[in-house]
Design a protein around this ligand. Structure first.
Ligand code: NAD
Ligand code: TDX
Length: 339
């Protein structure tokens, strides 16, 4: 099988490529990535010259580049991870989110229609369902929960999902969609909660918790997400949406305290800062469908996954130091300077 994996130089896409190469070594992967601020070619350094792998620097919005690639490579499967993925950046400036996440998705699907594929898989998010109240732990997101978005990011992802389903109904494109909760693990870009807190704590810098810190996210180890997408591609039903999550709800403040404890740092580093605009209160996924229909279950317990993740950051300063030495400094000043 030949796959085009878009966004494969980012956090989940790279982990997915590593997963797939191990699980299906006979398959060929072409990674298409624009290498935005969030894309890191060094993440893929060990496989850049490997057999059955190719890296192509291109923008999913560039129709000519995408069509050329499809014409040359004739992929069987397309897995779309490419996106602007950070909620805070979408609040600062939505425009690139609309372009990449919506228009880019449509360009990829047009290429799939034109050249023919056996599956187009869209990597989506639980954020398309909006948020849940903190005082109703019985409520979870199912695939039937209405789309109800809060941020420009989640609105762009929801728009893409609707387009994907429209291409299935209108043109018969063989699509599937996964909507996953918050991932964590190796190669997570330092602007996101868990890596940001680990790296700041290592430098004895303030740990900026938005608002009261009681917002809840449902954390899943990235490898478990990758296995879920693999299963959906192999066994999922075309036209269907699958929620992916591991029943692991945690308040942000508890995650930050846990990181302090694991690194032997004082909780006095924690600083409550101005809340994120429109901040979703709680996400919680009901994964019954993917469990019952495809037999998926998460394998990594949070206690083990967070330990592995912290150890990974401790051992891979060579990966994150160049990132935080670059444009990240300007980003950090702009986002956190006046908070
Ligand atoms: P990321 O920001 O770490 O990586 C995104 C990758 O896409 C980068 O390599 C970037 O260079 C590339 N990219 C961005 N714009 C592009 C374009 N126009 N053309 C080609 N490549 C482009 O993101 P991530 O956290 O790995 O998320 C991957 C996907 O999973 C996204 O679609 C996101 O919405 C979804 N998702 C993420 C999470 C999470 O917790 N991180 C949870 C659920 C769903
Ligand atoms: O400095 C911070 N302080 C803080 O309190 C940061 C960066 C975040 N937070 C809070 C905001 C959220 O409640 O932590 C929580 C997690 O924030 P992010 O890491 O930015 O993730 P989130 O906004 O939940 O979105 C993530 O999960 C769903 C991904 O970035 C999305 O791409 C995915 O769709």
């Amino acid at each position: 099988m030949k796959l085009i994996v878009t966004g494969g130089a980012g956090f989940i896409g790279s982990n997915f490529i590593f997963h797939w190469r191990k699980a299906h070594p006979e398959d060929t992967i072409i990674c298409l990535d624009k290498l935005t601020y969030a894309g890191n070619l060094p993440t893929l350094k060990d496989i850049l010259d490997a057999p059955n792998f190719k890296f192509v620097k291109a923008d999913i919005c560039d129709r000519d580049a995408v069509y050329n690639l499809f014409e040359t490579e004739k992929p069987d499967v397309v897995v779309n991870f490419a996106a602007e993925s950070h909620v805070d950046r979408s609040i600062e400036d939505p425009s690139i989110f609309l372009k990449t996440n919506i228009l880019g998705t449509s360009v990829l699907m047009d290429a799939c229609r034109k050249y023919g594929i056996t599956r187009y898989h869209q990597v989506s998010t639980d954020e398309v369902y909006g948020d849940l109240p903190l005082d109703r732990p019985d409520l979870l997101f199912t695939e039937e929960t209405p789309i109800h978005t809060s941020s420009p990011y989640s609105s762009s992802k929801a728009s893409a999902d609707l387009l994907v389903l429209a291409y299935h109904r209108t043109y018969g494109l063989p699509v599937t969609i996964s909507r996953c909760s918050n991932n964590y693990g190796p190669y997570h870009f330092p602007e996101k909660l868990i890596p940001l807190m680990i790296i700041n704590a290592l430098h004895d810098e303030k740990l900026p918790v938005y608002g009261d810190g009681k917002n809840v996210r449902d954390w899943l180890y990235v490898e478990d997400h990758c296995r879920a997408i693999d299963l959906i591609i192999h066994k999922g039903t075309v036209g269907e949406v699958y929620n992916v999550g591991g029943h692991n709800e945690m308040a942000n403040i508890d995650i930050v305290k846990l990181i302090c404890q694991a690194l032997g740092k004082p909780e006095s580093l924690i600083e409550h800062v101005t809340d994120r605009k429109g901040h979703d209160r709680r996400y919680a996924i009901d994964p019954t469908k993917i469990h019952n229909e495809l037999g998926w279950l998460p394998e990594t317990k949070f206690a083990d996954g967070i330990k592995k993740t912290i150890d990974w950051y401790l051992n891979h300063e060579d990966w994150w130091q160049p990132i935080i030495d670059g444009d990240y400094q300007n980003y950090y000043q702009k986002m956190y300077g006046n908070r």
